[in-house]
Design a protein around this ligand. Structure first.
Ligand code: PGA
Length: 249
């Protein structure tokens, strides 16, 4: 069964005290407002183990993981390390990782595989940049990203995946995709999954929208049949904004 999810990507924000307070605020709201919507937060690596202690009804994600298992990879954090501090999800292939840190489709595919092997649930991100949308190749771009990262998975592996469609031109810009643009791309993603993994895999897949999602636009975005929630950046940094988005369901 497909699940509605709202996930908060904190990016490189908050010191530990602010992070714990934010996490505790979200946890309290979620506990006070029980629903079937899954809520996930993705704080910086340094906060994960402390923040885990204040979470019960909110799940914990990291924002990245290493593409290697262990060893001489200075500065990297392995999937096993994440599991050892009880992280459950990992964001992989975020556009900032692709654009700023040069992560290729091949690196992202490796991370997805390693995460699954370790028992983490990947939140796999895809999305086109503005020139690609203006050049009308956004469907081709997203198809390439999805196929490259996910199509070597077995059906069982694929059944764990969450996809986040994040048009890069909408991330942090204040300009969200329109509900119809989001629906159109989500439907397209579901159709490519259908042709590779079949009906059940496609209909069970959770596809999140990300890019300037906020309390004022979440409701109309989430109302679309193929939009199953959001991956939230800026608006995940305030309890009222983030929980305002959760209550859009
Ligand atoms: P934003 O970021 O909500 O600040 O646009 C979304 C994301 O990058 O995941």
């Amino acid at each position: 069964m497909r699940k509605n999810i709202v996930a908060g990507n904190w990016k490189m924000n908050t010191k530990i005290e602010d992070g714990i307070a934010l996490a505790a605020g979200v946890e309290k709201w979620v506990t006070d407002h029980p629903s079937s919507t899954g809520v996930i937060i993705a704080p910086p690596f340094t906060h994960l183990s402390e923040i885990k202690k204040v979470l019960k009804n909110v799940a914990l994600s990291s924002q990245n993981c290493a593409s290697e298992v262990s060893g001489a990879f200075t500065g990297e954090v392995s999937v096993d390390m994440l599991v050892s501090v009880k992280v459950q999800y990992v964001i992989i292939g975020h556009s900032e990782r692709r654009a700023i840190y040069g992560e290729t489709d091949a690196i992202i595919a490796k991370k997805v595989k390693l995460a699954l092997q370790a028992g983490l649930i990947p939140i796999f991100c895809c999305g086109e940049v503005l020139s690609e949308r203006e050049g009308n190749i956004h469907f081709d771009i997203v198809r390439r990203q999805v196929e490259a990262a996910l199509f070597s998975l077995t059906e069982t592996e694929f059944s764990k995946i969450i996809i986040a469609y994040e048009p890069v031109w909408a991330i942090g810009t204040g300009v969200n995709a329109s509900p119809s643009q989001a629906q159109e791309m989500h439907k397209f993603i579901r159709s490519i999954i259908h042709s590779k993994y079949g009906e059940t895999a496609a209909s069970d897949l959770t596809i999140l929208y990300g890019g300037s999602c906020k309390p004022s636009n979440a409701k109309e975005l989430f109302a679309n049949p193929d939009v199953d929630g959001g991956l939230i950046g800026g608006a995940a940094l305030k309890v009222e904004d983030f929980t305002g988005i959760i209550s859009a369901f």
